[in-house]
Design a protein around this ligand. Structure first.
Ligand code: HEC
Length: 102
């Protein structure tokens, strides 16, 4: 009987630890939905190494920043990105997380 209580206590403290460590606001975990064709490409290619936090926590930056970042993912970090998909992904990132006017 004592053992059951102990196991229960252990399990509930374990599940508390797990939920505490994944307590991120949901909108930062994945990419913001969009009609732009780059949305699907970004979801397909930009969640394999890290979550969308890396993108959602960037300051609103101009297109040149997103272009350089996507290319860095490809050429520095080895992301398997097709060159023809890059402009659409940069469009989506600039419209959604950037400052498109600059
Ligand atoms: C091959 C693995 C990989 C893929 C795929 C990948 N990234 Fe990254 N990304 C990284 C690594 C490694 C870092 C640097 C992590 C660090 O500095 O701690 C990073 C960092 C970032 C950062 C933080 C800023 C910076 O310059 O370091 C952003 C923004 C980012 N990635 C966006 C993207 C986007 C957008 C895509 C899709 C086009 C993408 N990543 C796909 C590996 C990847």
């Amino acid at each position: 009987m004592k053992t059951t209580v102990l196991i229960f206590a252990l399990l509930s403290s374990l599940s508390m630890t797990v939920s505490a460590s994944t307590d991120w606001p949901p909108e930062t975990l994945t990419y913001r939905p969009s009609e732009l064709p780059g949305y699907a490409l970004v979801r397909q290619h930009c969640l394999t190494c890290h979550s969308a936090h890396y993108v959602t926590y960037q300051p609103r930056s101009p297109r040149t920043y997103w272009d350089a970042t996507v290319k860095k993912m490809k050429y520095t970090f080895g992301a398997p990105l097709d060159d023809k998909d890059i402009p659409a992904m940069v469009d989506y990132l600039t419209q959604t997380y950037g400052s498109p006017s600059r």
